[in-house]
Design a protein. Structure first.
Ligand code: BYC
Length: 475
């Protein structure tokens, strides 16, 4: 079946470019998982009745022209398995196996670690769809609604990507893990999702934009490190997922841009910071949402010192961000690295063996990338003539994983005792009143070309269509 020059065959029940038709056992196993996925999608996926949505679907994995746009009814979206093309002669880029040919099968000694990484990655994908389930009821425009559905179907496809690896390379355990990915649910008290941020509700569209900016960006960095993996099928699947991921972060970046733009407009128009009565979201509420989503996303990188990450790196399972472009020995046997720590109960920095500090290293790259968003949003404020600025909170703020989980700190990094933290919490994180207020603005606007009053329209539409295009049609 499949590929001529990376093209995907949609004649198959499960579209793929991995030669599924030549492996009947695997094909049957995945075909028996497919109805369970569809059932999960019906139970947990987007909740809005519609006629069709203008969506992109992957049609090839090559460099140019990988996506095709068309109108689709969501449950009929063709979720498939797409790996980037194999790079001939690829060798392991780092760790103890550096220079050896990459692996097409899972080495026995790394089986459980690799399975764990794939399961954790796979668990986040359906989690985000569950978190966003109700947002279709309140989108500010058809353009935004379409973007939500696009993200949801692609997160569904990313789940397929990990399920393929579990079925194809991990035998019975892999099939059990694939089933379990549909049994855990975001926020469930009995069977929650694995990582903290994926059990938090995404209750409104400001939260959605923040999530797609900050949490999807963790996805970018984690997928970037797994793309370096010596296990070639994992590397190739992450490579292709990163292509889709770029649009998710675009939705977050421009979504926050548009909220800030509208807020600044209303502040100028009414000459006040408190624009609630004019139907806008005040800057301090935006800052508290930002504080929350940034801090829970920092937790996703794990502890500053971790024997897990040292093991992953040395074994060649998970590299560093842009590993191959780095100019060091790619083994880090004798190097040291500075990581965050608590010294006498205060945030400080200590040196540890570099391999154990790689979670912090990745988090550092991530924080630098997040700064770009802040610069953009502050430019929007500046251009509108508003003096106030948004800022990333201190890394000790609101942490539940790593060294800083042991203390409370303000967004400025000042350490607070428990009582003071409780007293001042609502200054820093979205309060009940903030959530209720933002919730009250969330009224759907589903006429082509119209938009809710709390957010500015986008500058460009999708695939050369304007903002007025009817991206979603209803029955
Ligand atoms: N919540 O040694 P440690 C995405 C656990 S997002 C709960 O410090 P390690 C997406 C950890 O599992 C990208 N538990 O850290 C975005 C470990 O448990 P075990 C997702 C946590 O293992 C938006 C223990 O604490 N992909 O794609 O070096 C929409 C000690 O951990 C948390 C990945 O994360 C937490 N926040 O690193 C859709 C990549 N943090 O094993 C999708 C795969 C840590 O002792 N995962 N723990 O029982 C990994 O690389 C690593 O598992 C982590 C943790 C980076 C998450």
């Amino acid at each position: 079946m499949t590929t001529t020059a990376g093209r995907i065959d949609y004649g198959e029940r499960i579209p793929n470019n991995v030669g599924l038709a030549d492996d009947r056992r695997l094909q049957r196993a995945l075909e028996s998982w497919q109805p369970r996925f569809l059932q999960w999608w019906r139970d947990m996926g987007p909740e809005l009745p519609h006629r069709d949505v203008y969506l992109r679907t992957a049609v090839a994995v090559g460099r140019d022209g990988w996506a095709h746009f068309d109108r689709v009814v969501l449950p009929e979206y063709r979720w498939g398995i797409f790996l980037a093309e194999r790079e001939p002669g690829r060798t392991v880029g780092f760790g103890a196996h550096q220079g050896e040919p990459v692996w097409q099968q899972v080495p026995g000694e790394y089986r459980s670690e690799l399975r764990r990484l794939i399961v954790v990655q796979g668990d986040t994908e359906p989690a985000s769809v569950e978190q966003q389930r109700h947002l279709g009821m309140t989108a500010p425009s058809l353009y935004d609604l379409r973007n939500l559905f696009q993200i949801n179907v692609e997160e569904g496809r990313h789940l397929w990507a990990m399920v393929y690896l579990l079925h194809a390379y991990f035998g019975r355990d892999g099939r059990d893990e694939a089933d379990a990915l549909l049994l855990r649910n975001s926020g469930s008290s009995d069977a929650p999702r694995i990582l903290g941020a994926f059990n938090e509700p995404t209750a409104d569209w400001l939260a959605f934009y923040m999530f797609t900016y900050f949490t999807d960006r963790d996805g970018k960095f984690q997928l970037g490190t797994l793309r370096e993996s010596a296990f070639d099928p994992l590397s190739r699947t992450c490579e292709f997922m990163l292509k889709e991921e770029a649009h998710h972060m675009f939705v977050g970046t421009t979504g926050v841009d548009r909220v800030v733009e509208r807020t600044a407009q209303l502040m100028r128009e009414h000459d006040t910071d408190d624009i609630r009565s004019h139907g806008g979201i005040p800057l301090d509420v935006i800052q508290r949402y930002l504080n929350f989503h940034f801090s829970v996303s920092l937790d996703l990188f794990g502890g500053e010192t971790s024997t897990n990450v040292a093991g992953y790196f040395t074994a060649g399972l998970k590299g560093r961000w842009q590993e191959t472009r780095r100019k060091d020995d790619h083994r880090l046997v004798d190097s040291l690295i500075a990581v965050d720590s608590l010294v006498d109960g205060r945030p400080a920095s200590i040196e540890v063996p570099a391999v154990t500090g790689l979670n912090q290293e990745l988090r550092r790259e991530y924080v630098q990338d997040c700064e770009n968003g802040l610069n953009r949003w502050n430019r929007v404020l500046q251009e509108a003539g508003v003096e106030r600025r948004l800022a990333l909170p201190h890394q000790a703020f609101n942490r539940h994983v790593g060294a800083f989980a042991a203390i409370h700190a303000t967004p400025a990094g000042e350490v607070l005792d428990d009582a003071e933290w409780e007293r001042r919490r609502d200054e820093f994180l979205p309060s009940r009143a903030d959530l209720d207020f933002v919730g009250s603005l969330m009224q759907p606007v589903y006429e082509p070309g119209r938009i809710a009053g709390w957010v500015a329209p986008p500058r460009v539409g999708i695939n050369d269509h304007g903002f007025e295009y009817d991206y979603v049609r209803f029955a």
